[in-house]
Ligand binder design. Structure first.
Ligand code: XIL
Length: 361
């Protein structure tokens, strides 16, 4: 039989335990992903203009992330739509958000076959611009952009997606490649390095852990480096799905790239709930896809597999960036549910799996 006194002590202890427990849980959720990963790599997010103007979203970004990439606003076509027209407003707002909050900015991207300054490739008579003219324009573009953000951008995706997935040619047969060969890659890195010798300079691509493409990327970077091209990092975009790529493929790619560079960034991570993957601009919007419990479990498990590999390679990976803040922002459409936060900015099962990482499950 408990006396009145023992009962009171028992209740007091129970209450204290409960309160401390929840305080601990709260303290734990009060820290963000960037804090729990501080001994591994920085955690980034790709942002649009809403993300950096809405106070709730700004607070979420500041809590969870310590690296930012502009989703679209620093792409060449968006900054520099015509030879004598520059549009800085969106990019400046993102750069200022980073400056004001001490967040690092990844520059994305100087040369990409999409959202590019297509005018650069045409002369005043409507004919393909000569190499001389094209490279003069490219140099001016790269110098202007890189110098403007030199104080805040620590790494640039200099060339994006120049390799072909599995076709007969190793190089993507873009207009850039057809007109200027792989010299456009070499020159872009050279100009970026001239403009900011201390920035990390990345070659960035999707499906970068698929063996065929991995080897193409590896061979190209190796060849460029041998010719003195200043490529200091490889970006693996990481547009994955709940089934793939496999941990083995990601691990093998990281090991292989680490032979060439000492900086690897996972630049555009998302895990969609269907079988598609990659950075191609055509994809299913998952129109009828509901986020069921079993999909949430598969997604959390895939995020955990990927983070296990990333953690194992923390010596070479220095940043992991999610491509968008929440499912509602995702370039893949809200019904592909690819991110850690849902469309109401609420953390999903995958968020807790990544944050309270447990190597045993
Ligand atoms: C995407 C943006 O998220 C979309 O808003 C835009 O319409 C197309 O580009 N690989 C890249 C990113 O390197 O720049 C792409 O971003 C997604 C694929």
């Amino acid at each position: 039989m408990m006396t009145y006194h023992t009962k009171r002590t028992f209740l007091f202890v129970l209450l204290t335990l409960l309160l401390t427990g929840s305080a601990n849980a709260q303290t734990h959720e009060a820290v963000g992903l960037k804090d729990v990963y501080r001994n591994y790599f920085t955690i980034g997010v790709a942002v649009n203009q809403r993300n950096v103007t809405d106070p709730t979203q700004m607070a979420l970004i500041k809590k969870e992330f310590n690296s930012i990439t502009a989703e679209n606003d620093m792409k060449s076509g968006s900054l520099h739509p015509k030879e004598d027209v520059w549009r800085w407003q969106g990019a400046d707002r993102i750069a200022n958000f980073c400056r004001q909050n001490g967040i690092k900015l990844r520059g994305h991207c100087l040369v990409w076959h999409a959202q590019f300054c297509d005018w650069m490739m045409t002369d005043k008579n409507g004919r393909p611009a000569s190499k001389r003219l094209f490279f003069k324009r490219l140099r001016k573009h790269i110098h202007t952009v890189v110098k403007r953000y030199k104080d805040v951008v620590y790494a640039w995706d200099v060339v994006n997606e120049a390799m072909d997935d599995g076709g007969p040619s190793a190089y993507r047969q873009s207009q850039l490649y057809k007109l200027y060969g792989d010299e456009f890659i070499a020159k872009a890195f050279k100009y970026a390095h001239e403009a900011d010798p201390s920035a990390l300079l990345f070659y960035n691509d999707y499906n970068a852990s698929m063996p065929t493409k991995r080897d193409r990327i590896y061979n190209m970077v190796k060849k460029m480096q041998a010719a003195g091209v200043p490529i200091t990092g490889i970006g693996m975009q990481g547009h994955c799905n709940i089934y793939g790529p496999s941990a083995q493929d990601v691990d093998a790619a990281l090991t292989k790239y680490a032979e060439l560079v000492s900086h690897i960034h996972i630049t555009e991570l998302d895990v969609r709930c269907n079988k598609e993957m990659g950075g191609q601009l055509q994809f299913s919007k998952g129109d009828t896809q509901q986020m069921t419990d079993s999909l949430a479990a598969l997604q959390a498990a895939q995020y955990a597999r990927l983070f296990q590999v990333f953690r194992n390679h923390k010596d070479v990976i220095d940043n992991v960036t999610f491509w968008n803040l929440c499912d509602g922002d995702s370039w893949l459409g809200v019904n592909n549910h690819p991110l850690l936060f849902d469309e109401h900015l609420q953390p999903k099962r995958a968020y807790y799996k990544v944050k309270h990482f447990n190597p045993n499950n």
